[in-house]
Each structure stands twice: as structure tokens, then as C-alpha cells.
Ligand binder design. Structure first.
Ligand SMILES: [Zn+2]
Length: 236
């Protein structure tokens, strides 16, 4: 059996080629590393693939150049002075080392205070953040669901906040279950709302087609703006 995933190099660019049950080729360049991925029908020959890549080479290079200019989120150290984000706002982190419970607090509109015990590792500091972000999302999501379920006329039976690597959200249509990325806590609430509405619209329409976009336009006329804000990082 043929391997589903191969790497093809063209003009010094490594392209991950994935064979799938699809009818047409799909080419994408993903941040943050400007990784190139080409999905092709299972029966596509290597010659077809190379030809496709050769004709789209300038497009790939253009996309890579754009991605390389995107601001990169630096590796977080969870130390005082560092910038952290919550609901689209930037906060300066102040780390207070003390005995007692690990805690994170937003003091005013510009400062986050992380209370940790002496010797707390970077990984454990990150966990305090994750826990806090998750709780903030869990406080907001029920209100958004209450608002949108009667409008969209679909019920979400289960929802979860998950650490997701490449997506902002996903929807299991059969189980009527929505997963939302933990990262959304860092974005403006409008982005969270957009992703939730997007996933709920999938309960009407599985594909990102004209019908889907029409429903989005009806429910959330400014959805494209939110989509642009999020798209430079992941997909929904
Ligand atoms: Zn979608």
C-alpha cells in the first residue's frame, strides 16, 4: 500500500504531500513555520504533484513571505514584566512568590498577578494560566449559548474547552458537541462568539459552502472581520 504522507522538495521548499479521498488538489501554507502542505487525490501521480507545485511556486513563496512577517509569539517564561493576553487586551505579568495556593488575578486593566510557591517551574506556572483561562471561558460560554441557541435554532448538547493545536474550534455534528480552543481566552470575546456561532452553524450545514456563509452573514454580519483576526494563526 502506498504511503499516505510523503515529503517532496521543490526549489528548496519541503512540501508535505498527503493522499486523501478528495477530488481536487488543495494547497496551503501554515503559520508559524510557513509549512507547506498539499492534499491530493489518492490516485494522483508524482508527476501531477510536481507539476502542480511548479505552477504554484510563486504563490507558495508569496504566502511564506507574508507568514514570516507575522509577529511571532515569543516563548513564554511566566516571569514578571512579560506580556500576557486576556480577552484581546495586553497585561503586564507580576509574579508574586509566596506560600499558599497558586492563583492568577487581574488586578486592574493592565496587570495580571501570578501567585506561586517558591521554586514553581515554568510548566507549573503555565498550568495556573491554563486553568484560569479555562475557567474564564467556562464562565462566558453558557451565556453565549443561551443567546445563540434560540437564534440559530440548534441545541448544543455538550461543549468543552480544549487545548487545540491547529484549530479554534470544532463541531461533532452527530453528537451536537462543540469544542472550543483554550487559546480563545486570549482573544477578544467577539472572536470566541464568532467561533461558537461558526461551530453551531455546522449543525445546519456541514461544509463551508455558500449556504454556510449565507447563514453566517445572517447571524453575524461582521464574521469575516473576526475570521481575519483569527485566520493568521489557525482555522475553524
Ligand atoms: Zn468550520
Amino acid at each position: 500500500m502506498r504511503n499516505n504522507r510523503t515529503i517532496i522538495t521543490i526549489s528548496d521548499i519541503s512540501v508535505e504531500v498527503i493522499r486523501k479521498n478528495i477530488r481536487s488538489l488543495r494547497l496551503a501554507v501554515y503559520p508559524p513555520e510557513a509549512r507547506v502542505r498539499l492534499s491530493v487525490p489518492r490516485n494522483a501521480s508524482e508527476e501531477d504533484v510536481r507539476l502542480m507545485l511548479a505552477t504554484r511556486l510563486s504563490w507558495i513563496k508569496q504566502k511564506q513571505a507574508i507568514i514570516e512577517q507575522l509577529p511571532r509569539q515569543p516563548e513564554l517564561e511566566y516571569v514578571s514584566g512579560e506580556s500576557h493576553y486576556y480577552q484581546g487586551n495586553q497585561y503586564r505579568l507580576n509574579v508574586v512568590v509566596r506560600q499558599g495556593k497558586h492563583e492568577l488575578a487581574v488586578n486592574n486593566n493592565s496587570e495580571m498577578v501570578l501567585y506561586v510557591r517558591p521554586g514553581t517551574s515554568k510548566a507549573n506556572r503555565a498550568l495556573v494560566f491554563d486553568h484560569w483561562y479555562r475557567r474564564q471561558l467556562q464562565l462566558v460560554i453558557p451565556t453565549l449559548l443561551e443567546k445563540w441557541q434560540p437564534i440559530i435554532k440548534r441545541q448544543v448538547l455538550d461543549w468543552r474547552v480544549k487545548k487545540m493545536k491547529t484549530k479554534w474550534g470544532s463541531c461533532n455534528i452527530t453528537d451536537k458537541r462543540v469544542w472550543l480552543s483554550l487559546e480563545l481566552a486570549k482573544k477578544p470575546v467577539g472572536c470566541l462568539e464568532y467561533v461558537l456561532v461558526h461551530e453551531m452553524v455546522h449543525l445546519h450545514e456541514r461544509c463551508h459552502n455558500a449556504n454556510f456563509r449565507g447563514l453566517m452573514d445572517k447571524y453575524l454580519p461582521n464574521w469575516r472581520l473576526m475570521d481575519d483576526m483569527l485566520r493568521c494563526q489557525s482555522s475553524v
